[in-house]
Structure formats: C-alpha cells, structure tokens
Design a protein around this ligand. Structure first.
Ligand code: ADP
Ligand code: ZN
Length: 734
C-alpha cells in the first residue's frame, strides 16, 4: 500500500503537520498539489512524500481525491528548501510551500490563457455549406468567408465580429474546427527582446567572472558604483546558460526597472523570466509557468524570485545584497541571503552577493573567509567618484539661513538647472512634515490606533499615520486650545518639492516616494520622465538611491542625512553610510562631472567623514570595532520576541510567561546571553494592538540551539493569548 504524506493548504500553526492519505490508483507524483478530504470539507494540499507505511491504522485513512495540476509544481530542491525554512526561521510548512507558487494559483484564481483558434480544414465542404445558406444568414456567411480569407481566426474575434450562436453552430456542424493554444502574457512587452552584441569585459571584470564560474563558493563582490557589476552578472549567467544550467538574479524590488529588464532581454531574449509584485496575476502566472516548464532559464526578480521553480541551477546572484528589502519582516519572516545560501548548497552552485556597500555582516564573513572577497575598485569610465561636500546646517542658522537648503546647495541647484543638467534631492521622509504641533499648548496630532504622531501630507490635505494608514483631517487651529499658531515638524519630500519650486519657479520636479508610486508602473513613469529630461529634478526617499543610471545627473543633494543616522537601531551608522554612498553614486555617471552636497547638524561624525572619502574598508574597521566592543551583530545574534494583543493585560501576561521561560533558558545556557530584557516596544501600540517585547543578545556559538528553544517555547504557549513573533537580527525594532 502506498501512503501519501500531505501538507494541507491552511496557514495555521494548528494544522501545520503532515497528514497521511491513501494514494489513488492513478499516479500522482511528489510535489503535486492534491485535493483531499479534510474533516467535513475538501481542501487543497501538497503531496510531500510517498512511502509504504503510516503510523495510523491504514484502514482508517482517507484517500487523496485527485491531483490539481497536470504536473508536480514543487520540485525536490524546493521541498528541501521549505524544510530548511521551517528549521531555520520557524516558518510553517504551508507558509513556506506557498512561497513557491504564484498566490493566485491557489484556489484556482488564475489559469493559463487559452486562445481558441478557428480554422477550416475542408474548404470544399465549407463552400458547399455556404451555397446552401439563405441570403439573410449573413453571420454564417460572413464568418466562413472571414476564415477563408484569413486562414484562421481566434474564436474571441469571431464572436465579436459575428453572432456567437452562429459560430457555435458552425463548430457543431463541423465546418469550423478549433484548436487550443496557450497564450503567454508577457510583462513589459514593449521592452525589446532583440539580442544585442556583447560588451568586451575589462580585465578586472573578466577576472571576476572567471573566479565565479570556476569554483563553487559564496562570493562577496565589492565593487564601487559604476564598476560594471551588472555586466559581470550577465556574463556569468551567459556561461551558466552555455553549460545547460539556469540562474537566478535578485535585485531590490525598486530597482527592477525596464532598463534592467532591457539589459537582460537584449542579452538573453525570452530565456529571461521576470518575477515581482508589479506584474498582473496573469503575467505572474505565465512567467512562473515558463520557468516551471523550462522555457525560461534565467529568472530576474525581487526577493521572492529565490523561490522560482527552476531546476539545475548553476548560479544565484543577489545584487545590492545590503538592501533591507531582502529581509522579510512580516510573515513568513526570513532572510533571503540565508535562503539563497541553502538553495545554492542544494544546487551545488555559486552564490554571488554584490554591493558597493556590503552589509557589515557580509563583509565580516568575507574578512573571516567564510565568503570569498572579490573587488572592483574602479569605475568603468575611470572617473573618480564625485566629490562629496559636507555642509554644516548649524552654521547656516548662525548665518541667518533658516531654510531647508544651505546657501551652497541653493547656488548649486540654480547652476545645475541653468546649465541644462539634472539634480536629485534625497530626503528619507515622505509627506510634508513629520508632525503638526500647536505652538501654544504643545498638542501634537496622534493616531487613534497607534502610538505615533501623524505626518502632514499637504498634497492630499491629510494627516496620515505611517504605521496603519489611517487618515485624519488637517486642522488649522489647535483642537485642544484653539490657538491658530501651529508649527510643523521635520522636512519631508513634499516640503522639499515645495521649497524647490519657490527657489526656482519654472523648474520641473517629480517626487518619488511611497505616496506617488502606489499604482502599477507609476514609479517607472517617474523614472522614465526623469531619464528623458522631461523633469529636471527628482526628489525622493531611498527609492531614488538604488541602482538607477541617469547620465545627466550632475548634482545630488542629501537634504537631511541625520534622519538616517539618528534612527534607533544598532545599524544606523551602517545604513547611513550605505545610503550616502548609494545616493552619491547617482551623480556623474557619464561624461559630466558630478557633485554631492550632504547637509547635517553633525558634520564631524565619522560616518559622514568616511562616506565623503568613499572609504568603505575604513568605515568597516571603525564600525566592526564598535560592534565588537558593544557586543552587537555579528558578534552576537539579536533576538526579539514581539507580543501583540488588543488587550494590554493579555499582552503583558503572555510576555511575562514567556520571559520567565527565557530566564530559565538563560540559566541553562549560562554565559551565552549577553543581554536579556523585557519592555514595551518603542512603539507601544500599532493598529490598536499593544506591543511588548523580550529582547536578547546571544553569543553566536550556540545561538542556533537557543533560537530553537525559543521557537519551542513559542510553540508551547497558549495559542489564544497574544500573538508571538520571533525575530532574528531585526533591523527595525519599532
Ligand atoms: P554597477 O552595477 O557596478 O553600478 P553597471 O554595471 O551599471 O555598474 O555599469 C556602469 C556602466 O558601465 C553601465 O552603463 C554599463 O553598461 C557600462 N559598462 C559595464 N561594463 C562595461 C564594459 N566592459 N565596457 C563598456 N561599458 C561597460
Ligand atoms: Zn495608525
């Protein structure tokens, strides 16, 4: 007897186990989606194993009803990867398996787009049929003639042009024959698939490509912005393809522009598939199926593309590996780099992590020889990186300038625009101002459901909560004391646009942040307008910092660098260094020289100093020493257990029960805990749920063991109490 082990497609920790079923007579392969009886209902599930025996009485087992798809949709490596995710991140098996499928596939919400072709195979018979028609049977006569003239036609078109019931009659009478054809919905059709000639690699690039493709390893490619990393990735992929293998290239969601796609399509034609959240359901499904069936061999996509159904992978690349979007910080929580390492191990292939500013942890791994370090120190155009000027905003105030632009930046902006060049202004805060406050009584508008102040959005005339999306009316007088004298908090993107237009009245500006890029393709439009010169200045949040290559940008202004530096995270300096380097890398990429103005109130901070020299290794040394002294990652692992519940007492209770367990663990693992504390989360309430946390830092040696114990404690807690999230090295501790 054959037993099928099935994971039911219900994302709940209560059913996250394997259920045994009898296999039906007709063959079903491991990795197939199946329909099974479950309780009183029928559920979808994943067949993950076939074996000969069951721990249950086989006569009582129910039978799998049928398979859902023609072929298995999850391959053996993917199954292993799902198990890895369960072990490493405590992901439910069902949650993990779902990552491998386009979400719309489940519950049959999307299928192949089938085109029905109509044609006539017996012309004589058709003409005879025609001759027997009455004159007023115009629809029948028209349809036959139309097909005879055109050779064939899709049924959809015939139905539109003629009476659908006539078409049906013609099919029933065997005059029109039909055939089915799968039509692929192609994302960004307009982006060329014409295959272009090759670029000749520089000596450095060639050496890097040779290293990567000669020995399977984890490589950290540290290359300054503009050093030609993308070209290296493409050449590696070319070699991989030539050897009959496949490859994955991950980029941060936001840098998946048509430009990147064009680069890949012009090199690999329709062997490339693209996966990211901006695709329509149909497009996503079709791209996924092209990968599944082996039509596409190179997958380029945002982080979830690491789960693509490729077989025989020869290379995985993670570009801009430092990017925070590679950490999934909502369910299922995982680190894409860790998943990629495991997938590379399973496929026995190389993993390349590329960046101009590697994450401190990755660079540390290279320094300790866990990764192989590859360096590209020069830009392709041999240009020096553009000079970065640090501007002391305290000085501006002392000189009577209270505006958001320093005198130097104002002059540079005016000059840039006058000379017909382009500028980018970066500010890591969206909206007009971070809060609206009464000058008299100090009232600050707060969200009703979250413990945060509301951000003023002038454009939409609203106060918005950036944590839950709630919107409130803007007030012109203080709701508390009626005073009309209000002040606004720190500058956001909207305000920068506003001030810029005041400074240079005719300037064309676009703004790129979460508010202006909500609709599909909107960020592509903003970028293409800027590329074409339709807009002269691009103002934006870190969205504009990533990978874009704009030849006419000669000026970059960082309006308030301190926003990033003073966030409460142990990675604040690292993130700031990274942001500055990335933003600065946008200037002077082509023939024109560029310059960068960085505005700050702490001009002597080492992060700014070292960023202005583009000295990553020096920054690394300084920062890694600090981390070692203070015992932060990579010298410890930070684990946060977050508890949330709408009832504050229940949240507190659960937290206490958990904390007591952790204290026992701390005694058991004497000396492994560098820090253990319990407290309210920095933001005590979001979406009306109270938030508490147990925070710890653990030495790396036995961290995996301890993490497992922490997962176990969570599993054994009362499921009806507060929701528990276990987070490992979270960047955002709000
Ligand atoms: P990075 O990803 O390291 O920032 P890119 O790959 O975007 O750098 O390369 C910067 C520019 O140099 C691009 O316009 C690219 O087309 C060009 N480029 C890269 N390699 C070469 C080469 N070997 N010869 C000529 N141009 C190149
Ligand atoms: Zn809110």
């Amino acid at each position: 007897m054959q037993i099928g082990k099935v994971i039911i497609d219900i994302a709940s920790s209560l059913v996250d186990k394997i259920f045994d079923y009898l296999l039906p007579e007709n063959e079903i392969q491991v990795g197939s989606r199946v329909l099974v009886p479950f309780g009183k209902t029928i559920k979808e599930g994943y067949l993950v194993e076939i074996c000969q025996n069951s721990d249950y009485d086989p006569t009582k087992l129910k039978k799998i009803i049928s398979k859902i798809d023609k072929v298995p949709v999850i391959n053996s490596d993917q199954l292993e990867l799902a198990k890895f995710m369960k072990r490493k991140f405590h992901t439910g098996m069902c949650d993990a398996l779902r990552l491998f499928l386009p979400s719309e596939l489940r519950n049959g919400k999307v299928k192949e787009l089938i085109k029905i072709n109509c044609f006539i195979d017996d012309e004589l018979k058709a003409k005879e049929y025609l001759s027997k028609q009455r004159k007023n049977a115009t629809s029948i006569i028209g349809a036959i003639n139309y097909i005879l003239e055109n050779g064939s036609a899709s049924q959809t078109i015939l139905n539109k042009k003629f009476n659908p019931s006539s078409i049906k009659k013609l099919i029933d009478d065997n005059i029109i024959k039909t055939s089915e054809e799968i039509v692929r919905r192609t994302p960004y059709k307009s982006v060329s698939t014409e295959i272009k000639d090759d670029i000749v690699l520089t000596k450095t690039q060639q050496e890097v490509v040779d290293r990567i493709t000669s020995e399977n390893n984890i490589y950290l490619l540290h290359g300054v912005t503009g050093s030609g990393k993308t070209e290296v990735y493409m050449h590696c992929m070319q070699k991989i393809l030539a050897s009959g293998k496949t490859g994955i290239m991950l980029v941060p969601e936001i840098s998946l522009t048509p430009q990147v796609l064009m680069n890949f399509r012009s090199r690999f034609g329709d062997k490339v598939a693209i996966l990211h959240s901006g695709l329509s359901a149909g497009e996503r499904f079709d791209e996924w199926e092209r990968i599944l069936f082996g039509e596409a061999k190179i997958v380029i996509g945002a982080r979830s593309a690491i789960f693509a159904p490729l077989k025989n992978i020869g290379l995985i690349v993670i570009d801009e590996e430092h990017d925070s979007s590679y950490n999934s910080d909502s369910n299922p929580r995982y680190s894409t780099i860790e998943v990629a390492k495991e997938r590379a191990r399973l496929s026995n292939c190389s993993l390349v992590l590329g960046s101009a500013t590697p994450s401190l942890i990755s660079y540390h791994s290279a320094m300790t020889h866990e990764y192989q370090l590859l360096e590209m120190k020069e830009r392709i155009n041999k240009k020096e990186l553009p000079p970065l000027k640090i501007i002391d905003m305290g000085n501006e105030i002392r000189n009577g300038n209270n505006g958001i632009f320093s005198t130097a930046l104002k002059e540079a902006l005016t000059k840039t625009i006058n000379e017909g060049n382009q500028a980018m202004l970066f500010i890591n805060r969206r909206g007009f101002a971070s809060f609206l406050m009464c000058k008299k009584c100090g009232f600050v508008a707060k969200c009703a459901d979250c413990d945060v102040s509301l951000v003023l959005h002038k454009h939409e005339n609203a106060l918005k909560c950036h944590y839950c999306g709630n919107r409130y009316k803007v007030f012109t007088e203080c709701p508390q004391c009626g005073n009309k004298d209000l002040s606004t908090g720190a500058v956001g993107t909207e305000r920068v646009v506003h001030e810029l237009k005041t400074l240079i009245p005719n300037v064309t500006v676009s703004r790129m942040d979460n508010d202006t890029t909500k609709t599909k393709d909107s960020h592509l439009k903003i970028l293409s307008d800027f590329r074409s010169g339709k807009t002269q200045v691009l103002v934006g949040t870190q969205m504009i910092a990533k990978g874009h290559d704009f030849p006419s940008v000669t000026l970059v202004g960082i309006i308030d660098a301190d926003v990033s530096l003073y966030q409460s995270s142990y990675t604040a300096s690292e993130q700031t260094f990274e942001l500055i380097t990335q933003v600065a890398g946008r200037a002077g990429r082509a023939d024109k020289a560029g310059e960068i103005y960085l505005q700050t109130y702490v001009p002597r901070h080492y992060t700014y100093k070292l960023a202005s020299y583009y000295d990553y290794p020096a920054f690394y040394k300084k920062e890694i020493n600090l981390r070692q002294v203070t015992m932060y990652p990579p010298f410890t692992k930070i684990i946060r257990i977050l508890f949330t519940h709408s009832d504050e007492n229940i949240a507190k209770e659960t937290t206490k029960v958990y904390y007591d367990e952790v204290k026992k663990l701390q005694q058991q693992y004497n000396g492994e805990f560098v820090y253990l504390g319990v407290m309210k989360s920095p933001i005590g309430r979001i979406q009306n749920k109270f938030r508490l946390q147990v925070l710890m830092r653990i030495k790396p040696e036995r961290a995996d063991e301890i993490t497992n114990e922490l997962f176990n404690i969570a599993d054994n807690m009362d499921k009806n109490k507060a929701t528990i999230f276990v987070e490992i090295n979270p960047q955002n501790l709000s």
